[in-house]
Ligand binder design. Sequence first.
Ligand code: HEM
Length: 463
Amino acid sequence: MRTESRAGIAPRALPLFGHTLPMLYDPLVFLTSLPAHGDLVRIRIGPFEATVVCTPELVRQVLLNDRVFDKAGPFFDCAREAFGDGLATCPHDLHRRQRRLVQPAFHPARFSGYAQVMTKHIAEVTESWQHDQVLDIFSEMMTLTVRIAVEIMFSDTLPSAVLQAVFNDFNTILADIYIRTIVPPTLDKFLIVGNRRFNRARNRLRKITRRVITDHRTDGADRDDLLSTLLTVRDPTENQGLSDTEIVDQVITFFVAGFESTATVLAWAVYLLACHPEVEQRLHAEVDAVLGGRAACFDDLPKLQLTGRVITETLRMYPPVWSLARTTTTDTHLGGHPIPAGTILICSPYLLHHLPDVYPDHDRFDPDRWIDGHPAQPPREAFIPFAAGARKCIGDTFAVVEATLAVATLAARWRLRLLPSRHVRPSRSVVLYPRGLRMCATPRGEPRNRGLTGPAPTGMTQT
Ligand code: HEM
């Protein structure tokens, strides 16, 4: 008779803290060390135990079965407290209806309109840069993606003071949420200041969003923005739309899910290009041939092949959402191991994207591995920057279109060079953005500043 055993536990757990410290200080190195200990590896984060899923096949089984592997557990409790029960955080039983209602906003027919807004803001932001200006790249990319998101969501831009408040509140919440989920509840009381800041930011954010919704409903203007779509959608099966509270949750969800992750890809792409001049040179040749110095637009996308692969490879190396959590709703099995109901599972896009047997030379930035028919082209199930299954990112096309247009336009006009001895490191938050990424902007063709490249991010392997 076959005996079933639980998955093994990762080595070096400390009393009380378990594996909290490596998850707090070096989660990427810690996670990528786990496949050496099995296909499923248990880790302890404070009082919680989680099982990390280490193979593409098992990750796929988890992501495709959202009834058994649902969005629940401490991370989602905390996310729901902050953002409500929107599409990204709601449990399985609320999800299908919400997805049906929200999907029309992401219909392919809408993308040429969205791309016009993207092209306009990308051109404005990149034109605002000065010769030899030192830029905080992540913050520039955040400005860009927020401006695009605000216009697509609300059509008129919000007053700048309101926009700034919204922006700050999101940052507060996103910065605090990771810490709040992995610090043991016994130590929660030490987060008093953080808790107050978190609650204040959350309440203000909901209030502002509700006010914008009320204004939209009462002025009755015929707008073609995403909020108007959410206000008018009807579920054909029950002839009902979304309530105001549901719309607040969705709006906040789109902002949380959308702008920081897209800004992150953009910032890493710019960084990787600066570290790889041979790829940058080929990219320049492509954008010069396709764009001739103008901003990229929707119709250019099929011709921006290398630009597209640069985005794909960036999403592989630095997937903005580096860890996905699920909780089992029933006793089940995975990879031959019994998994009791209530088990927290972690699927990490970062871990899968750096598996050496799936991605040869996994630390190398190689956009060409994505050329169709390339002998080392990775299997699709091992590439999950947008997750998979019913909970797959609804904004994946939106993000890829925006990132491709932005990188192409930027490369057509500017060279961005790392400042000497800058330490660029992946953040330790929900989204894996580059910390400390400051670069100098030189108009294309300007020979000065060439060769100013800095070191690889600390704590990371050379890219
Ligand atoms: C490069 C940019 C982006 C990345 C890497 C990304 C990644 C992801 C991932 C991994 C998930 C699944 C999370 C999970 O299963 O726990 C997700 C879900 C989601 N994303 Fe994105 N996202 C990006 C951009 C966007 C944009 C631009 C939007 C909106 C305009 C968006 C809206 C959403 C929503 C609403 C969900 C929940 C979908 C559902 O459960 O049905 N995302 N995203």
